[in-house]
Design a protein around this ligand. Structure first.
Ligand code: NAD
Length: 354
């Protein structure tokens, strides 16, 4: 039936620069943003890359702070705030994945400085106004305009070093944003287009990256897909899948991207009957059934397939189900304890969802 349904669409303002070699133009982007000195952020693992990037910036670099850690611990942010103030920086450049980007967001949330982000994974945090931080073992999520990075420089060359296993799980993490975006209550026609194109790009790119991690075309396609999927995450509300991932990550400390990768086929299969029309184009992309198709796809990429492989014990599943059904996010299919427990059992064992 023809006729557009009513919608509202709030666009997140950001400058997106996408090109092979784009990170070499960082100094230009600093000037353009009206910034003069950047504190370069990284994890300890990417410290050398951050130092090389700072060296290229010359006197536009105020220093390197390479202590970013998973889940944005407030103690690390406080040390980074002190380093920012001591260095005389007026902006940050985050070089890395969601952990480093989270640190940049946490700084900007406190001092509203300009953020320039150079993402090196597919997690998508760079285009969302959302920050998750942890203190005393508690993770809280905040949303604010100051959290959204002003400039994102996507340089596929920097993703060539992302190990194949991480490329796969990070790519599936991005695809999860798109799948949940398709049935989001507050979806709009543009996020729908972005979600499908993001899924298509990652579906095409990930198998090529697994076969040849140095394939520049596939690396560019995957990063393009992750931008689209991340933008969907930053624009509309997420549902059961993200709630379950937060539950497992928060209560059992399971790794972020792997948890998303394992759960996605199961949460998609759970919601498929309740959002058949919304998910039909994505199911067609994945070979007919979305849950089963995503499971086959993940397996073909040699992704981790079962929660037990992440160290979760079968005895934890009851508690995980209890937490997951408490204060559930809106979801197209009612979130019922028994059905969620069964979903978790399947994801724990690693069986193909029905
Ligand atoms: P990550 O940032 O934790 O990176 C994992 C490891 O890989 C780090 O040691 C990192 O230095 C290294 N790495 C990153 N890129 C690399 C590359 N190209 N080559 C070699 N090594 C590389 O992983 P992630 O999955 O990108 O981020 C996960 C975190 O981001 C979680 O804390 C999650 O909650 C958060 N996140 C937040 C949002 C949001 O919108 N707020 C969105 C997605 C993820």
């Amino acid at each position: 039936m023809m006729g557009q349904k009513a919608f509202t669409y709030t666009v997140n303002p950001a400058r997106i620069v996408f090109a092979s070699g784009a990170s070499l133009r960082l100094a230009e982007e600093l000037d353009r943003a009206g910034c003069s000195r950047a504190l370069v952020l990284a994890t300890p693992f990417q410290k050398t890359d951050a130092e090389a990037l700072a060296a290229r910036l010359g006197d536009k670099a105020a220093g390197v702070f390479a202590e970013a850690a998973m889940h944005t611990p407030v103690a690390v942010t406080e040390r980074a705030m002190a380093a920012f103030e001591a260095s005389g920086a007026d902006c940050t450049v985050a070089l890395g994945g969601g952990s480093t980007i989270g640190l940049g967001k946490a700084i900007a949330y406190r001092n509203d400085c300009t953020q320039i982000v150079v993402p090196t994974t597919y997690a998508g945090s760079e285009v969302t106004p959302i920050l998750g931080q942890t203190e005393n073992g508690l993770k809280t999520t905040v949303r604010s305009a100051s959290i959204l990075p002003e400039v994102v420089i996507y340089d596929p060359d920097l993703t060539l070093s992302l190990p194949v296993g991480m490329s796969v799980t990070s790519g599936l993490n991005a695809m999860a944003h798109a799948v949940e975006g398709l049935y989001a209550q507050d979806r709009n026609p543009v996020t729908g287009l972005m979600a499908l194109e993001g899924l298509r790009a990652l579906r095409d790119a990930l198998p090529v990256i697994v076969a040849n991690p140095a394939d520049a075309g596939a690396r560019a396609e995957a990063l393009y897909g992750s931008w689209l999927c991340g933008t969907v995450l930053g624009t509309v509300g997420m549902a059961l899948h993200h709630k379950l991932c937060h539950t497992l990550g928060g209560a059992f400390d399971t790794p972020h991207a792997e948890t998303h990768a394992i759960l996605l086929p199961h949460t998609a299969a759970y919601n498929e009957p309740a959002a058949r029309d919304e998910l039909a184009p994505a199911a067609a992309l994945m070979g007919g059934s979305l849950g089963g198709g995503l499971w086959d796809f993940a397996r073909s990429l040699k992704a981790p397939m079962s929660l037990k492989d992440l160290g979760l014990s079968e005895a934890d599943l009851d508690r995980a189900a209890d937490i997951a059904v408490k204060n559930p996010y809106w979801n197209p299919r009612p979130v019922e304890r028994g059905a969620i427990r069964a979903l978790l059992q399947d994801a724990w064992s690693g069986v193909r969802p029905n």
